[in-house]
Design a protein around this ligand. Structure first.
Ligand code: ATP
Length: 513
């Protein structure tokens, strides 16, 4: 565990030291769970966004893009359920002054009961060996049955109380279970209060006339309210999709873990509109397609897993997460949800307008069903960045820090390095840059010994270093050094473009999907 924590600390400090991510407004000591993307971070983030956009919009004839505004008519959030149901029940411990999600405290307690039951089962498995029948044991062993029943009772009661908005009973449950604050150990709790995760703001100058607005907590609703506009103006036929990337805002309570959980973050969402009844087939299709997109980046199959939701959100009839093995364990990276016709129907009801599609093949009107894929751009960034950061011990016993980013996503594709700062080598280097910069982000570096410059580019994740030396003047060749293998080849300047292109082109990477 300590090792994992160290790894995560390295990720955060490397991101800062090499100009990927800074805390927001750091001169004022930062703003909690808000971050800025620096000169290299912004390139990596842009490349991830483009990799997603190309795979969704450019490669699919029936998916088009959209860039809806962050501010939307406030009724949108009534219809979507966010005003009434996007809440976390919170409770404060009066001694530690720490704030918790009441449901998480109770769920953690219930999970402990589950673990106790699990322990009994494992003990019995060892005792009985091959003869062990788990099904029978679970349904007959008094202790396991007691743990399980208690766990069920607690979760059911919590579900009921939250469902009825009976927050007094949620607090009573915490008190009955004698749940203590993990920090202070005390049971001195405040009442439970509902806390809406949406950020509010106001539209208009004078206080009386101002209209209460929200910063969007998800990009999806901008797609739903534009569904018919896009369908009609684009002459789209079901099934079709609308893709969008953009900022979303949530006033998260548990805001830790760097850019994993931010208050201002970016989503990449695609809503796919299908015939009612065909949603499960498309749901399976998008689960597979999205996993393949992730796998195409080569971060390792073992780092991904599906987690099917048992407890479904009010709008869904099936939902799964693609979880990624972050430095702090497997956590949600992307959600794939079969959202039924919930959103479009709700917008019909609240707006009084029809949001229906006339299907010429069936000769009927209907509200399409929706399958959504929703991935956090910042979480994608963290997954890619953390997995790529490696400490390597070299043959001579020295170590190097290398950011083995998928070359397609690297902020800078090549650095051009004159071996010395004289003899015309800087001029040739500049000329190479002039040629390459039309196609790639390239950097120039003449400071320090060439070995140190290589190390710096390794730490920045630059896939190629091109070194110009005295031989270059004679035969127009340079050495090209590969970041991951550190192998160096002598190649013609005229071939540089195609060598780099071959390793960084989105086409070559996306074709692995
Ligand atoms: P979680 O359970 O981790 O809070 P969620 O289930 O609320 O996430 P969704 O509403 O399904 O998340 O949002 C879709 C995606 O948006 C998530 O898979 C995640 O990648 C990203 N996301 C959600 N909340 C945040 C956040 N606070 N910071 C960064 N990314 C986020």
């Amino acid at each position: 565990m300590a090792k994992q924590e160290d790894l995560f600390k390295n990720v955060v400090s490397h991101a800062k030291e090499y100009g990927f991510i800074f805390p927001s407004s750091e001169v004022y000591d930062g703003l909690s769970a808000v971050y800025d993307y620096a000169q290299n971070g912004v390139e990596l983030k842009k490349n991830i966004r483009e990799y997603w956009w190309k795979s969704m919009v450019q490669m699919n004839e029936n998916i088009v893009g959209l860039d809806a505004a962050i501010l939307m008519h406030p009724t949108t959030w009534k219809a979507s359920g966010h005003v009434d149901a996007f809440n976390d029940p919170l409770i404060d411990n009066k001694d530690s002054k720490k704030r918790y999600r009441a449901d998480v405290l109770i769920e953690d307690y219930a999970e402990k009961l589950n673990q106790k039951a699990q322990k009994e089962i494992e003990k019995a498995r060892t005792r009985f060996g091959d003869a062990f029948n788990e099904q029978e044991f679970v349904t007959t062993n008094a202790r396991v049955m007691e743990y399980k029943a208690k766990e069920r009772q607690i979760l059911e009661r919590m579900g009921r109380s939250l469902g009825n908005n009976d927050l007094e009973d949620v607090k009573a449950l915490i008190e009955e279970l004698e749940i203590a604050c993990p920090e202070s150990g005390s049971r001195n709790w405040t009442d439970v209060k509902q806390f809406n995760l949406m950020f509010g703001t106001k539209l208009g100058a004078s206080a009386e006339n101002a209209m209460d607005l929200y910063l969007r907590p998800e990009t999806a609703q901008g797609i739903f309210v534009n569904f018919l506009n896009v369908q009609k103006s684009g002459r789209m036929k079901v099934p079709f999709g609308i893709a969008q990337t953009g900022k979303a805002f949530r006033n998260e309570i548990v805001a830790r873990q760097f850019i994993f959980r931010m208050r201002e973050f970016e989503q990449m969402e695609m809503q796919f509109f299908v015939r009612p009844g065909e949603e499960m087939q498309w749901y399976e299709h998008w689960k597979t397609t999205r996993l393949n997109w992730h796998l195409s980046l080569g971060l390792g199959k073992e780092n991904y897993r599906f987690h099917d939701h048992e407890k479904l959100a009010h709008y869904a009839n099936a939902a799964a997460d693609i979880e990624f093995n972050f430095p702090f364990g497997f956590k949600e990276l992307e959600g794939i949800h079969s959202r039924t016709d919930f959103d479009l129907k709700a917008h019909e009801q609240y707006s009084g307008r029809k949001l229906q599609y006339f299907d010429p093949e069936l000769n009927e009107n209907y509200v399409p069903y929706v399958v959504e894929t929703s991935v956090g751009l910042d979480r994608m960034f963290l997954a890619v960045f953390a997995t790529s950061l490696k400490e390597e011990t070299l043959e001579d016993g020295s170590t190097r820090t290398v950011l083995k980013l998928p070359a397609v996503l690297a902020p800078t594709k090549a650095a051009v390095l004159p071996l010395v700062k004289k003899d015309g080598l800087p001029e040739i280097s500049r000329k190479i840059i002039e040629d390459l910069k039309w196609d790639f982000n390239v950097a120039y570096d003449e400071k320090d010994a060439v070995g140190r410059r290589y190390r710096r580019q390794d730490a920045l994740g630059t896939p190629f270093c091109i070194t110009v030396d005295h031989q270059t003047i004679e035969d127009q060749t340079v050495t090209i050094r590969h970041r991951d293998t550190m192998k160096q080849d002598r190649v013609k300047i005229a071939d540089l473009k195609s060598i780099i292109e071959n390793e960084v082109s989105m086409k070559n990477w996306l074709m692995k999907m």
